[in-house]
Design a protein around this ligand. Structure first.
Ligand SMILES: [Zn+2]
Length: 401
């Protein structure tokens, strides 16, 4: 049994400056950063006249945590239940479920991988302050994302091209599928009134550096990189936002990257907008096609690192999976993916511009894929019962049981 000392959050002198310029925080030491992030959330709640409980910071495993009960109080979830190592937070159109000992949780039935393990002490289940600030806060309250702009332009990036075919399946290559999905997304985005720029519109070779440089020419824009996976036993969709400074990548084994690199990149200036965009794209795809949810994750892919606009990289399915590969090979399925991506941009734009309230993935909760848990299900102690489990989803998933 472990116990952790409780410490209340104290206001910090940096806060005033950081309220004006959120990204100034990265220049401070990480411990200070986490305090500031929590103080910022607290302060913004006061600004909006939301009655809120104080954040109680709990030190565990050398970093700052808060309890899920504290999260429930702060975000005003009317129902909070804890059964052993599992917690469920429920409210109107919102739900969070989590289990201590894992590195994942769900918001409105959509899976997120946490940056640090979820813990439990005898009294409480805990989540790191980083995960609250970098995932829960921007996903639950996208209209409070600091510096998020109303966008009028979407930069679509079909992965690979030319000599680089990407991965392949029995029917076609990743580069061709990615371009086809992007072209469908473009058509729908143009119809919705957005300007659309593409890093390639043909089977051209484009370097990763050129893709980023191209995207950085546009302001009031978001960047969406479209890819497909291939790995023995894998299936499903996963979406990536740039990993925050100091946080190891939690990319799936199929997209394994060095976790030693935890430095700050230009893209980290948009951490909260990045995860909101990733959540919007991921939730939109899950609501449109029935596919295994491999989660919203953090990684340091090249195209996410030095970009100056909110960015997401989506791995939209496994070409080599017998069933999924056959779906992706049909134009109808790819049109659904393209439409889902276009609709996600509208969802994101409305959410960050006060045109809608509530979590950015609310749409996914109304049309969950059959293998996802409803947020109204009992959490209990049972292992997740995926109806279509990949043989090797990731180490993190297996460690949850
Ligand atoms: Zn790829």
């Amino acid at each position: 049994m472990m116990s952790f000392p409780l410490r209340s959050l104290r206001p910090l002198p940096f806060l005033t400056a950081c309220l004006r310029r959120w990204d100034c925080a990265f220049t401070l030491r990480r411990v200070q950063l986490l305090r500031i992030i929590l103080a910022f959330i607290l302060a913004s709640a006061f600004v909006s006249r939301v009655a809120a409980e104080d954040w109680k910071v709990i030190r565990a495993d050398g970093r700052d945590y808060v309890s899920f009960a504290n999260v429930a109080q702060f975000y005003r979830f009317p129902h909070y239940t804890r059964v052993s190592r599992s917690v469920s937070l429920r409210g109107d159109r919102r739900g969070i479920r989590a289990q201590a000992g894992t590195s994942e949780f769900s918001i409105n039935g959509v899976r997120f991988f946490s940056d640090y393990p979820l813990l439990a002490n005898p009294e409480e289940n805990l989540i790191s302050a980083t995960d609250v600030a970098k995932i829960i806060e921007p996903v639950l309250r996208p209209n409070k994302i600091s510096g998020a702009k109303k966008i009028d332009t979407v930069v679509l990036d079909p992965g690979h091209g030319g000599d680089d075919s990407g991965t392949s399946g029995p029917w076609d290559n990743e580069k061709n599928y990615a371009l086809d999905v992007a072209l469908t997304a473009r058509e729908n985005l143009l119809r919705a009134g957005f300007k659309v720029e593409m890093t390639r519109v043909r089977d051209d070779s484009v370097s990763l550096e050129d893709r980023v440089a191209f995207a950085n020419r546009f302001s009031n824009a978001v960047f969406i990189s479209i890819h497909f996976n291939s790995a023995q036993g894998g299936s499903g969709v996963e979406s990536y936002a740039l990993a925050p400074e100091g946080v190891p990548s939690n990319a799936s084994t199929e997209n394994h990257l060095s976790s030693l690199d935890t430095q700050w990149y230009q893209g980290n200036a948009q951490d909260t907008a990045n995860i909101a965009l990733a959540a919007a794209v991921h939730g939109s795809i899950l609501s449109r096609v029935s596919v295994f949810d491999r989660g919203v994750r953090h990684a340091r892919f090249h195209v996410l690192r030095d970009i100056k606009i909110p960015a997401v990289l989506v791995e939209a399915g496994f070409l080599n999976d017998r069933i999924e590969g056959a779906h992706i090979a049909t134009p109808q399925y790819r049109q659904q993916l393209g439409l889902a991506i276009a609709q996600a941009v509208t969802t994101y734009n409305r959410a960050v511009n006060f045109q809608s309230s509530g979590p950015i993935i609310v749409a996914a909760a109304t049309n969950l894929p059959p293998h996802a848990h409803s947020i109204t299900d009992s959490l209990g102690e049972a292992a997740p019962n995926w109806s279509n489990p990949p043989q090797k989803p990731s180490a993190a998933i297996h460690s949850s049981n």
